[in-house]
Design a protein around this ligand. Structure first.
Ligand code: FAD
Length: 430
């Protein structure tokens, strides 16, 4: 079955291929669609944004709400629009400057609501929803015509000249071994389970253990502790840092000098990036929230790990690594996601198109264009955005600003000397 998308050309015998099929309608996919519509001359007929959720950005919005996030960690210049001050102007226009929260020694950060309302404004202003196909991509193959790709989705097949993988932060949820044998109805959840409802979790009458030591665990523990007794259980001492990496890593020139000079696909690149990322570190404004919750007696912070857990009629019986136990407990895991190269689509696309993978299974990209390299050394028409592009885009690849860096690279590569094809308007399609 072929999907007759907006690319259908009545004058031709079949549907026109899309110029870009973007896999994933999260922050990265939506930001790229916005850039392509705003700055490259592409029309809605050229783009298809394949996203299984009903709404674009739902993955981010759901995660943010599930962990009780109140404000963005990044500043007001990081958003999905093309103009740096778009969010600030939006706040001023709506008389909502008070939702730009001041941050010591740094630019203000938007509240979650302001950020999402601005993103919705951008989506509506450019009718990006018109490009959204609600479906899941299962694979990408070559078609008979050698410069086209065929994208298999649950809703049928799409043809595309370029495909962008924007599938998000990771594969399946990371869960500790002790949790895997618990029955389905045990009071155990992962904060990123689609079914996880913080309101229901907050109604638990016993002790709640939030497992994790990063910003997600900290925010979740604070927000649950407003309603129930919570212990934040981290296997390391909590560490505090405002940003995910030093802001100079946002600068593309810096990435070129510090990352692109290391061999493509090498472990050295990943080691360099991991060394400068402040992973599992909590920003000071969340540290203050933690301290307030501890002062109100709703929250304990404990260093340690659960070694085993058993389901009883009164919640979980959990045993810790220091030999102590707790009864009548529920556990919420904030232990992250498995690395994104383990996402099933990555392996399937690499195999069917013979694309090269490097250290830890990351795609090897052309650093200038972010095109995924073939095993024969050529540039493919598959591009990568988000956490999966980290070895070329650097420590902020997964962040909102990473989406803008990728969009800029893609647009530059279309306009530069290597540009293979003009957008549809230039091809005479209305
Ligand atoms: C709670 C939270 C707060 C964050 N706060 C900030 C912040 O303040 N500032 C910042 O810069 N960064 C922040 N980040 C990091 C990052 O910006 C976000 O994770 C952002 O959502 C990443 O965008 P993405 O598009 O890569 O992933 P997502 O937004 O998760 O989108 C990926 C999309 O791909 C879709 N998808 C996956 N597989 C398929 C498939 N096979 N077919 C079709 N679609 C598929 C998913 O359904 C999903 O919608 C935060 C992350 C989290 C989790």
């Amino acid at each position: 079955m072929t999907v007759d998308g907006p690319g259908t050309d009545p004058a031709s015998s079949g549907p026109q291929p899309y110029e870009y099929v973007i896999i994933g309608g999260g922050i990265h996919g939506t930001c790229l669609a916005n850039y392509l519509l705003a700055e490259s001359g592409h029309t809605h007929q050229d783009l298809c944004l394949v996203e299984p959720r009903e709404q674009l950005l739902a993955s981010f919005a759901t995660k943010a709400r599930q962990c009780g996030m109140r404000t963005l960690r990044s500043t007001f210049v990081h958003h999905i629009d093309t103009e740096p001050f778009s969010l600030e102007s939006f706040a001023e226009g709506a008389d909502r400057e008070d939702e730009l929260v001041s941050t010591e020694d740094y630019l203000s950060r938007p509240t979650l609501k302001l950020f999402l309302d601005h993103a919705r404004y951008v989506i509506n202003r450019r009718d990006i929803d018109d490009c959204h196909l609600q479906s899941r991509v299962t694979g990408v193959t070559r078609t008979g015509a050698d410069d086209l790709l065929e994208v298999q989705t649950d809703a049928g097949t799409l043809e595309a000249r370029h495909v962008v993988l924007a599938i998000g932060l990771g594969g399946p949820r990371t869960v500790p071994a002790w949790s895997t044998s618990l029955p389905e109805d045990a009071p155990l959840a992962h904060v990123w389970d689609d079914e996880f409802d913080p309101t229901t979790a907050a109604e638990f009458s016993g002790q709640t253990f939030v497992v994790g030591g990063g910003i997600t665990a900290a925010q979740l523990a604070c927000s649950l502790s407003e309603h129930t007794d919570v212990t934040l259980l981290s296997r390391h001492d909590l560490e505090f840092e405002l940003t995910e990496a030093d802001p100079y890593w946002i600068n593309w020139r810096h990435i070129e000098q510090e990352i692109h000079t290391l061999p493509s696909g090498s472990k050295a690149r990943l080691d360099r990036i991991r060394a400068v990322r402040n992973d599992a570190m909590i920003p000071p404004y969340v540290e203050r929230r933690l301290n307030e919750a501890c002062d109100c007696d709703g929250l304990d912070i404990r260093r340690g790990e659960i070694t085993s857990a058993y389901a009883t009629d009164d919640g979980l019986l959990v045993r810790f690594d220091d030999g102590t136990t707790a009864t009548n407990a529920q556990v919420v895991l904030a232990t992250g996601l498995d690395p994104v190269p383990e996402h099933p689509v990555v392996g399937s696309v690499a195999e069917s198109l013979s694309l090269e993978r490097g250290a830890d299974g990351f795609p090897i990209l052309d650093d200038r264009t972010l095109a995924w390299r073939g095993t024969d050394g050529t540039r493919s028409a598959v591009y990568v955005s988000g956490a999966l592009a980290e070895p070329s885009v650097g420590p902020f690849a997964r962040n909102i600003v990473g989406a803008r860096r990728v969009a800029e690279r893609l647009l530059a590569s279309r306009q530069g000397p290597g540009s293979e094809r003009a957008p549809s308007a230039a091809r005479g399609r209305s």
